[in-house]
Ligand binder design. Structure first.
Ligand code: FES
Length: 116
């Protein structure tokens, strides 16, 4: 997990369709935000721990995403590969405020972020 200290506004929950995702470019790399069917928002590095597939293009189900390249299932809660697969992609902390604003914990000194 990336050490984070600065929460930065990166968009609104309603910008992300349910079971969909959005990419956020940060100086720390590209981050994928996922919205689940129960309206939770999670943030992972947009790189599968297998061969760096773009997780933002995967299928969201439950609190997991299936990578579009080789179908590994990655937990949105931990960034860990599920089942027999092993590996972990970085997970960032996210806060969704009462008005639906999404704040992403960007590593210290890397507060500039833009929604892709
Ligand atoms: S790159 Fe994601 S499963 Fe292979």
């Amino acid at each position: 997990m990336v050490k984070a200290s600065t929460f930065t506004l990166v968009g609104q929950r309603d910008d992300i369709p349910r079971l969909g995702s959005r990419r956020v470019r940060t100086p720390a790399g590209e981050i994928a935000l996922f919205r689940t069917s129960d309206d939770k928002v999670f943030a992972l590095r947009n790189e599968c721990p297998h061969k760096k597939g773009p997780l933002s293009e995967g299928i969201v189900h439950g609190h997991s995403v299936t990578c579009p390249l080789h179908n590994w299932v990655i937990s949105l809660e931990t960034g860990e590969a599920q089942g027999a697969d092993t590996g972990c992609t970085g997970k960032l902390a996210v806060e969704v405020r009462d008005d639906g604003s999404i704040y992403l914990a960007i590593p210290s000194g890397m507060a500039e972020a833009a929604v892709a």
